[in-house]
Design a protein around this ligand. Structure first.
Ligand code: APR
Ligand code: PHB
Length: 401
């Protein structure tokens, strides 16, 4: 049996960021991931980083690509009734902004950083399981034909929504809050220069559409579709016809058309499991909560969770204190619910629901009209979109800034 201080299940943003935060505090960890390295890096995921997430990556020194290629956006557009309305995020929040940068690039750099530390990171692990969560946790897995039993002080369940950590918590311990939306997003990656410098969230009679980007040559677009839509139902021609019908504004703005490099459909759900701790197992990121992507909060919430967890583990190992570990779930869950509320609100404001009446359509247009003409309403959107202040300071999580 080998030993580590913190066994981390999952090499997504949550697991890898936690591993790096612990390393900076001299705390040992072992990361185990069931997928291939390339699969983890190549998955196309969301792309909006809050200011606090950018600051965290910079403080951790895993920001070379982000600083080189991240696109800082000081505003965004809401489009409805054929017109685009700009929300000046920076002006409304005292200079804060978001950065558009692919999550997969963040993960690539985090994997490189982990590898440089020389601490263990296993890809393609099989039969990953956790045991002894009440007192003496053990992380078990198979790798390259060898069986591993790792004795841990703590286990961090960073294995996403479909992972094994949350289901390892005994029945009756967790309370689950869930909402499924009656639509999904069809996402496409397009080889075409973005036709706007900033994101455009569109509310249209035919449904929601989103214009985003990954680089000066790659556009990222999304369409509201039925939740169980088969991607095979959408030829590239059909995608473009729908995209342009929803997005084109009166002044003639529309996305640049180009070859579709990748397309997929994702369902939309809100999900929270509480508490985010059971015994010596701590859940973080998508393992504990899912937000619909409309508010762009998924990755940012995962980053916030692991900052709180790293702070709590630091205070345990340095001073023997358990208070911050005990408070971990409550501190995270308060932020999670605020992000849930914001993501639900953005989703409800910008999507068409199947049972919407003509009344609902007009009401939603009025909502957007108010939102884009009241400074108070725009400020509320802006401060939530750029991200609420961190729950713990970087210094207290062992980072010099
Ligand atoms: N054993 C080991 N690893 C596992 C297991 C398992 N049984 N099950 C899942 N994993 C891995 C997944 O392959 C994935 O790499 O755990 C990782 C979880 O990563 P994410 O799903 O990216 O979740 P998280 O790190 O919490 O990041 C949240 O990522 O899902 C997006 O949009 C979401 O932006 C959000 C962010
Ligand atoms: C993306 O660029 O992938 C993106 C942007 C904003 C969102 C969701 C996804 O709200």
């Amino acid at each position: 049996m080998t030993r580590t201080q913190v066994g981390i299940v999952g090499a997504g943003p949550a697991g890898l960021l936690l591993a790096q935060l612990l390393h900076r505090n001299g705390i040992d960890s072992l990361v185990v991931e069931n997928r291939r390295r390339d699969y983890v890096i190549d998955r196309v995921r969301a792309g909006v980083l809050e200011q606090g997430t950018v600051d965290l990556l910079i403080a951790l020194g895993v920001s070379a690509g982000l600083c080189r290629a991240g696109l800082r956006h000081e505003g965004l557009h809401l489009s409805f009734g054929g017109k685009r309305h700009r929300i000046d995020l920076a002006e409304l929040t005292g200079g804060k902004a978001i950065t558009v940068y692919g999550q997969n690039e963040v993960v690539r750099e985090l994997i490189d950083a982990r590898t440089r530390t020389g601490r263990p990171l296993y890809f393609e692990a099989d039969h990953v399981s956790v045991d002894g969560l009440d007192s003496a946790p053990v992380l078990r897995f198979e790798h390259d034909g060898a069986h591993h039993d790792v004795q841990c002080d703590f286990i961090a369940g960073c294995d996403g929504f479909h992972g094994i950590c949350r289901p390892s918590i005994p029945e009756g311990v967790l309370t689950v809050f869930e909402r499924e939306y009656p639509f999904g997003w069809l996402g496409v990656l397009v080889e075409a220069p973005p036709s706007s410098h900033e994101l455009v969230y569109t509310y249209h009679e035919r449904g929601f559409a989103l214009f985003s980007m990954r680089s000066p040559t790659i556009t990222r677009l999304y369409l509201q579709v039925p939740p169980d839509e088969a991607i095979g139902n959408w030829s590239d021609e059909a995608i473009w016809a729908e995209m342009l019908a929803r997005m084109t504004t009166e002044d003639g703005w529309q996305p640049n058309v180009g070859p579709v490099l990748q397309k997929s459909v994702t369902p939309m759900r809100s999900f929270v499991a509480v508490p985010m701790r059971h015994g010596r197992l701590f859940l973080a990121g998508d393992a504990a909560h899912i937000v619909p992507p409309t508010g762009a909060k998924g990755l940012n919430l995962a980053a916030s969770d692991v900052l709180v967890l790293a702070h709590a583990l630091k205070s345990f190992y340095e001073r023997g204190q358990t208070q911050c570990l005990d408070e971990y779930s409550d501190v995270c869950v308060r932020r999670v619910w605020k992000a849930q509320r914001f993501s639900w609100w953005m989703t409800s404001t910008l999507h068409r629901f199947p049972d919407d009446s003509a009344f609902d359509y007009q009401r939603q247009l009025a909502d957007l009209d108010y939102l884009t003409s009241s400074r108070a309403a725009m400020t509320s959107l802006a401060e939530q979109y750029v991200g609420l202040p961190p729950e713990v300071s970087f210094e207290s999580a062992g980072l010099n800034v």
